[in-house]
Design a binder for this molecule. Structure first.
Ligand code: CUA
Length: 156
């Protein structure tokens, strides 16, 4: 009787966490996705992948004081615009796509890490508080000169 009770307690000690952990993860997922609005950066719209060059003009424009919108394209093997200049403390809203093959848009010092798929708009937002030059890197293999594909965010 006592022995059976011990086994039961051990089983319970394993079963309860194995239920509690996935339930806790599910709750965390639901709270962050629907409560805090945390989503994967990525699919923010589509444009015709064959006409990106005509319909999506790269550039930077101010939205409000300290807020900038950057429309960016990746193409073999460069970013347009290749350099983005903003004052310190700016928040930059990136809208980006690819003109040809799959590229990546990665700014290690900011929280920007998205794939650029032809015709699919990716959106990411980053705040730049410290002055400096921040590399923009393509982190999806896109051909023979992939390793040279880079740009800069210059915070003044
Ligand atoms: Cu573009 Cu690698």
């Amino acid at each position: 009787m006592r022995r059976g009770g011990t086994i039961y307690l051990y089983e319970l000690a394993w079963i309860l966490p194995s239920i509690a952990i996935p339930v806790g993860m599910l709750v965390a997922l639901v709270v962050t996705a629907f409560g805090a609005g945390v989503h994967l950066p990525g699919d923010a719209g589509r444009i015709d992948p064959r006409r990106v060059a005509e319909t999506f003009e790269p550039g930077i424009r101010p939205l409000a004081p300290g807020q900038y919108e950057v429309r960016m394209t990746g193409q073999i093997w460069s970013f347009a615009p290749g350099e983005i200049r903003v004052p310190r403390g700016s928040t930059v809203h990136f809208w980006a796509t690819s003109r040809d093959v799959v590229h990546g848009l990665f700014i290690p010092e900011a929280n920007v890490n998205v794939m650029l798929l032809p015709g699919q708009l990716a959106h990411a937002r980053a705040r730049f508080d410290r002055p400096g030059r921040y590399p923009i890197i393509c982190h999806e293999y896109c051909g023979i000169a992939h390793h040279t594909m880079a740009g800069w965010v210059v915070v003044e």
